[in-house]
Write a protein that binds this ligand. Sequence first.
Ligand SMILES: Nc1nc2c(ncn2[C@@H]2O[C@H](COP(=O)(O)OP(=O)(O)O)[C@@H](O)[C@H]2O)c(=O)[nH]1
Ligand SMILES: [Mg+2]
Length: 368
Amino acid sequence: MSINIGITGLAQSGRTTVFNALTKGKADISSHVEKGFSPHIGVARVPEPRLQVLADMLHPQKVVSAEATYIDIGASVKSLVEGKAISGQLLNQLSNADALINVVRAFVDETVPHVEGSLDIARDIVAMNLELAFSDLALLERRLERINVSLKGAKPPERQSLLREQEMLTRVKAELERDIPIRELAITAEEAKVLANYQFLTAKPLLIVVNIGEEQLPRAASMEDELKSQYSQPKCRVITLCGELEMELAQLDDSAAEEFQTEFGLKESGLDRVIRVSYELLGLISFFTIVSGEIKAWSIQQGTSALKAAGKIHSDMEKGFIRAEVVAYDDLLKCGSIAEARKKGLLRLEGKNYIVQDGDVITFLFNV
Ligand SMILES: Nc1nc2c(ncn2[C@@H]2O[C@H](COP(=O)(O)OP(=O)(O)O)[C@@H](O)[C@H]2O)c(=O)[nH]1
Ligand SMILES: [Mg+2]
């Protein structure tokens, strides 16, 4: 299972361009939704420099990166909520995402009309937040109606839990109506669990990608600082990205891309930055496995147990979990091989409750 990121934004903001940059894709930059209503779905390798270092040291037959899936639904969320049959499907895909990217237009181009008639980053961010809230409010209203119906025939224990849910959803609704997204609400862990079932859009971590033009690159850093001071929240980040340039960059081979990056003074590719910030937003870390000549990187939530990490690889590994042999990335680098790490006592035996740390190299032992 890879992480799943949904791309939203106003039409003509550069959603498909950013999608292509992130997935090295060649999706048609035109209104594909109007043509056939199928979203663009693409998979990107998660850049993980430590994977290459391990590969250079251990010479595996195969190196496998973790993956991230991006979905460019190519339609406004509001139109989906109001819309017809196929809309439900697209909205579902967005609801299933782990995080959202909101592409906001900053580039100036007379030949590409702005849907709102003028450039205004702040206005467009507000507009998108309203669309997401609109979708959540529709869902909340439907659920509250259903709770009302269920309450009529409910027996005491069920009644209690319905009332608790009603109280919480009413509170969430009131906050949304005051333009407070669910991700900013102070809620208990128990409430978070109930809310997670609904997959609310404003509950998802949000990355605002401000799509700038090439000529704005010299000002990108100061622009980004200003945007950060306004929009950064624990579950909301903002970055500037030159979508068009990044898309061209994504189509080049590695050495050409490097030259190109230097020429434009880009320290990190857009793909690398977006993934890095998304990982921070989602609290993800990497661990590595080396099995029968294959070295693989995996992404998990910070705080995941060895048992659950094993289950991420295969459900059989979770069911038949015996123990994990763990060596920290830095220790393995110092030793040069797993065998040497074992000799030096740096290979630890851990049980199912061990909390996996970023960079752990793990061999799971399990019964089938
Ligand atoms: N000049 C310029 N044009 C861009 C940039 N990003 C996107 N565009 C253009 O804007 C139009 C809309 O882009 P697209 O990615 O299809 O937007 P979408 O409707 O949000 O998917 C296309 O003609 C793109 O070539 C940019 O950074 N600079
Ligand atoms: Mg598009």
